[in-house]
Design a binder for this molecule. Structure first.
Ligand code: ADP
Ligand code: MG
Length: 566
């Protein structure tokens, strides 16, 4: 007994030297603060009146955008909790293509409200549970207030596209692009056999439509130097490359197209080879031989019947010459992604071994033509065998304008796809969030104990969406909150939200501002999920050399600082 006491106490070393551990409250506080900071950055860019962010990357390249997903990607947050937020917004962007700013703002708000409860000694598990139940209820309410649309109604779809783009561009411009997007999608939409007979819709039961949209069929090309209104839909594929040789035809009707993914040149020996030439005639013979190989290579295309050769790799000068002589239009160094689009559009098979080419490998298009686009020459492949191959040619005054236009078009393509496949819409302008907030506050009274507190906080959190929209429009948030609550309580029918253009509370359904139900569901689920994940962490163990694990939590950068690049 006594000998034991004499021994000095050995410290128990569980973790590697230099590892830091942040526990309980501190860990939670750290994570919540980081996530809140991220939300704070994004807040001011929510909605049509939101401002843009100028992002400068380490090389000095500047991006100006209002797109939540792009902002989050570019700021490269280092804090593990902030990284979790970025992951969730990314997944929402991949799934539904819009609502990224809203997810971050809502998640930040949920965490802020959770912090208040934690300070009042409510256990994180209770909050997480309350949030989960409130989120389920929120989805139910959203479904109830949603309206079913006809997935082929052009006007309804255009409203969706316009609302999505409203936050990134002027209204006249979004009008033009919305029409292009909707026209394009309606050309590629596919209808499936109905699986089940639709039985009248119950108020909260929603189901997918029989339509599917494959956005791989639409290729977006951009070119600065003209107005956005000059953007157009092209039925076919546009290649930002020119015809490789001046002597080739610039226009081929009834094109028979060969797609080649190996270079059209004489193969070089794999190891150093030395060639001893002692007189000029030998040199000539050598060159002649090379030319003969190239000539017979080109001959293969002609005998298979190809009059257009589209090559992913390079084309040798001599091969160009022979192709030109044979009257073939050829383009080289085409992007791999474009090659696969071309294969799908024209029905051509990719050719790797030129010796084995047959006429069965060739694809068809009514017209292949080189046209001038500003100072460049581009090749247009139109009237393809698969009519579902489309391109959107985006124009804009400057590179930054077309870049932002492309992000808007991406969002619009995705949201239109969302409503075609899941044909329900809710009004925008924070109207559904305001209704959900109010109904959850009422519903929370039916809950017991502390879960009720959590549900109330959820109701407050979701109300931040209309309030932030109002704030960004220059309206007073407190006044707006009071007025919005009164209006909603007094009449349950119209869907009051923030008309940010006219800076007042209005029935958003009458403002033609609509959003896909799919996006709203993803916002609620995504934000609740990431907030819960962050709340459940009560211990952060970070090893000193923090290169190894990259995934959250406890991954990357040291726990002390919040988001390095902010
Ligand atoms: P997110 O990345 O979340 O999509 P946005 O910056 O695109 O963020 O803003 C979307 C919000 O703007 C939505 O809540 C939407 O309802 C709202 N909104 C879009 N157009 C209007 C409008 N004309 N009036 C009011 N709110 C609008
Ligand atoms: Mg948006």
């Amino acid at each position: 007994m006594s000998s034991l006491q004499q021994q000095p106490q050995e410290p128990v070393l569980l973790l590697k030297e230099g590892t830091t551990e942040t526990k309980k409250r501190d860990a939670q506080k750290n994570n919540i603060t980081a996530a809140k900071m991220l939300a704070q950055i994004l807040k001011s860019s929510l909605g049509p009146r939101g401002l843009d962010k100028m992002l400068v990357d380490p090389l000095g390249d500047v991006t100006i955008t209002n797109d939540g997903a792009t902002i989050l990607k570019e700021i490269d947050a280092q804090h593990p909790a902030a990284k979790m937020m970025v992951e969730v917004t990314k997944s929402v962007d991949n799934e539904v293509g819009d609502g990224t700013t809203s997810v971050a703002v809502l998640a930040g708000s949920l965490l802020e409200k959770a912090e208040e409860l934690i300070n009042k000694n409510v256990h994180a598990t209770v909050i997480v549970d309350g949030y989960r139940r409130a989120a389920e209820k929120a989805i139910k309410i959203l479904r109830e207030i949603s309206t079913q649309i006809d997935p082929e109604d052009k006007e309804d779809l255009a409203k969706i596209a316009r609302t999505t783009m409203a936050s990134k561009m002027a209204s006249g411009q979004s009008e033009t692009l919305a029409n292009i997007v909707v026209d394009g999608i309606l050309k590629i939409v596919e209808e499936y056999e109905s699986q089940e007979n639709s039985i009248g819709r119950r108020s909260d039961s929603t189901k997918k439509s029989n339509y599917r949209v494959d956005l791989d069929n639409i290729k977006v090309e951009r070119k600065a130097g003209a107005s956005i209104h000059d953007s157009k839909l092209i039925e076919g594929i546009v290649l930002d490359k020119e015809v490789v040789h001046g002597g080739m035809p610039k226009r081929i009707e009834n094109a028979r197209i060969a797609l080649v993914n190996s270079p059209l040149e004489v193969e070089k020996p794999e190891f150093d080879a030395k060639l001893n030439i002692s007189n000029p005639s030998q040199m000539q013979r050598f060159l002649d031989e090379e030319n003969k190989i190239l000539g017979s290579m080109v001959e293969k295309f002609s005998s298979a019947g190809a009059n257009v050769v589209l090559c992913q790799k390079g084309i040798d000068d001599m091969a160009q010459h022979y192709l030109a002589k044979a009257g073939v239009l050829a383009v080289r160094r085409i992007k791999e992604s474009d090659m696969s689009k071309l294969a799908k559009a024209t029905g051509a098979t990719m050719i790797t071994n030129i010796d084995e080419i047959t006429s069965n490998d060739l694809g068809d298009a009514q017209l292949v033509e080189e046209r001038r686009v500003e100072t460049d020459k581009w090749v247009f492949v139109e009237g393809c065998r698969n009519p579902k191959a489309l391109s959107i040619l985006l124009r804009g005054g400057s590179q930054r304008v077309v870049d932002e236009a492309e992000r808007s078009v991406h969002d619009a393509l995705m949201t239109v796809k969302d409503v075609i496949e899941y044909p329900y819409v809710v009004p925008g302008g924070g109207a559904p969030e305001a209704i959900v907030s109010q109904q959850i506050r009422e519903w929370s009274n039916s809950l017991e104990g502390r879960a009720q507190l959590a549900a109330e906080q959820f109701a407050d959190s979701i109300e931040t969406i209309p309030l932030v929209l109002a704030e960004n429009a220059g309206m007073d948030p407190i006044d707006t909150q009071v007025q919005l609550r009164t209006k909603i309580t007094n009449s349950n029918k119209p869907k009051y939200g923030i008309d940010v253009i006219n800076k007042k509370i209005a029935d958003m359904a009458s403002r033609f501002v609509y959003e896909p139900l799919a996006v709203k569901e993803h916002i609620v689920n995504g934000a609740t999920e990431v907030a819960s994940m962050i709340l459940r962490i009560d211990d952060v163990i970070a090893s000193s050399k923090s290169q190894a694990p990259t995934g959250p939590p406890g991954g990357g950068g040291g726990m002390g600082g919040y988001g390095g690049a902010m």
